[in-house]
Design a protein around this ligand. Structure first.
Ligand SMILES: NC(=O)c1ccc[n+]([C@@H]2O[C@H](COP(=O)([O-])OP(=O)(O)OC[C@H]3O[C@@H](n4cnc5c(N)ncnc54)[C@H](OP(=O)(O)O)[C@@H]3O)[C@@H](O)[C@H]2O)c1
Length: 440
């Protein structure tokens, strides 16, 4: 049986996961598409490294990246090495050499997706990226195809398993942030340098990619408000619980009268919501379409086989059209979900104009009049208080005071908690629709 030949750039977690699934599900895949998939070449950095999966004697391991783009036998280049420059050069060269490309690289797509989509359009080849967002969850294809006829009103996602694991451990076991992070690193969920996960950048990369599919516009990464989870404390998690919420790192985007409001922030999610129940290193995405209503997808957002499964889905989609008379010629992959058209830049709602409910925590001296002073300052900034709680602690110099506001403007909140205000420390959470985001 004729086979479709793959050239892999990278044979780490994702590449070896893909190879393992091909080994395990080979017969099933043949039944699905009527042909075999074969890894012809795998490019790695270190040829002496022990590999968890052996794809067989027919696979050549090499450090020579040009093999992927110059070998006429390779039909699909699979970029699963990560990074920016080398990955960009590889994908561009592969597309220009007439190869379809599948990538898991959300960082590259967020930064330089529009350039690559333009190259792919000119070459008439597929640039597929299901694995780039939320690992094994089929959110890219859902937005591109299943919900293509809906106008997306709002999208909320828990898109980083490491951050979600840390917040889950803090919630269920009362750990502080540092202890939960160290545990995530011990278990291999967090990198030695976890910055991208805990500072929200990885979530932001995915939000950029998904926003294009959901809203048909490009929201530039450098304009996206991004806040990580490093300032979330066990105290906030405890207060959140008392108010009936769970703290989650959310990617959020919605259409507000034709403008896009988007951002990444820790948020208070009502505990009755499915998103609040997404625990451990799982991911979830909630999309609200104007026709379908809310749709929620949940699953493993990372890991060798879940991510390999998403890569494989893209490969199968391409492979079933390939080298079939009359089929390949007619096959025009739609990479952007909008007929491969260049997407216009989003009309962005300035983040300071966004409105939401807020949670404020201040640490204050336990003296009469402090609550009233804070309440007055909030009123002066047009922030109306819905709930307030003060805890007393005779052994401590400062006591926590928490306010929950009605819907307020982000700029008023920022002005209210600016560093010149007299309270010793300040922390606040805000909501988009019924969800709360955090800002410090
Ligand atoms: N891990 C996940 O769960 C996951 C989920 C979704 C998306 N992704 C994305 O998938 C991509 C790969 O992630 P991963 O976790 O599989 O990474 P990884 O385990 O670190 O593997 C990277 C692979 O690429 C090779 N490589 C890296 N730079 C190279 C270069 N310049 N030249 C040749 N080979 C190079 C490495 O070679 P050596 O083996 O010789 O070092 C390794 O085989 C990234 O874009 C990541 O964001 C990962």
């Amino acid at each position: 049986m004729e086979s479709v030949k793959l050239g892999l750039a990278g044979f780490g977690t994702v590449g070896s996961g893909l190879a393992a699934i091909l080994e395990e599900n080979g017969d099933w895949i043949e039944r699905r598409i009527g042909r075999k998939l074969e890894i012809r070449t795998a490019v790695v950095r270190d040829l002496n490294k022990a590999r968890a999966v052996n794809p067989g004697p027919d696979t050549e391991f090499t450090t020579d990246m040009t093999r992927l783009t110059t070998d006429p036998e390779i039909d699909i280049v699979v970029e699963c090495m990560g990074g920016l420059e080398t990955a960009y050069d590889l994908i561009r060269t592969a597309l220009e050499a007439g190869k379809h490309v599948v990538t898991a690289n959300k960082h590259l797509l967020a930064e330089r997706g529009p350039e690559l989509f333009s190259i792919a359009r000119k070459s008439g080849k597929g640039l597929y990226y299901e694995a780039s967002c939320a690992g094994g969850i089929p959110i890219v294809e859902t937005l591109k195809s299943s919900l293509a006829g809906d106008r997306v009103l709002e999208m909320l996602g828990i898109l980083n398993g490491t951050a979600n694991y840390i917040l889950s451990e803090m919630t269920t076991k009362g750990m502080d942030f540092g202890t939960a992070l160290a545990l995530a690193q011990d278990l291999g969920y967090a990198e030695a340098d976890p910055t991208f996960d805990i500072e929200g950048f990885d979530t932001a990369h995915k939000l950029c990619v998904l926003s294009r599919l959901a809203f048909g516009v490009d929201y530039p990464l450098d304009r996206l408000p991004i806040q990580g989870i490093t300032s979330v404390t066990p105290l906030d998690i405890q207060f959140a619980r008392e108010f009936g919420y769970r703290v989650k790192l959310l990617a959020h985007a919605r259409s507000v009268e034709g403008r896009i409001e988007a951002g990444v922030h820790p948020a208070l999610v009502p505990y009755t919501y499915l998103l609040a129940r997404v625990g451990g290193n799982y991911n979830a995405v909630r999309v609200v379409g104007n026709a379908v209503g809310p749709v929620m997808l949940h699953g493993q957002g990372a890991g060798d086989k879940p991510t390999g499964s998403a890569v494989l889905a893209d490969i199968l989609d391409i492979a079933k059209h390939m080298n079939r008379p009359g089929c390949e010629e007619a096959y025009r992959p739609d990479n952007t979900g909008f007929g491969n058209a260049d997407l216009p830049e989003a009309d962005i709602l300035p983040p300071e104009e966004a409105r939401s409910k807020y949670y404020f925590r201040f640490t204050v001296a336990d003296r009469p009049g402090v609550m009233a002073a804070i309440a007055k300052s909030m009123a002066d900034h047009s922030i109306s208080i819905a709930q307030a709680v003060q805890k007393t602690d005779e052994d401590s110099e400062g006591v926590p005071v928490v306010f929950i506001s009605h819907e307020s403007r982000a700029k008023d909140v920022t002005d209210c908690i600016e560093p010149s205000t007299p309270w010793t420390s300040r922390f606040c959470l805000a909501s988009a629709s019924e969800f709360f985001k955090v800002s410090t």
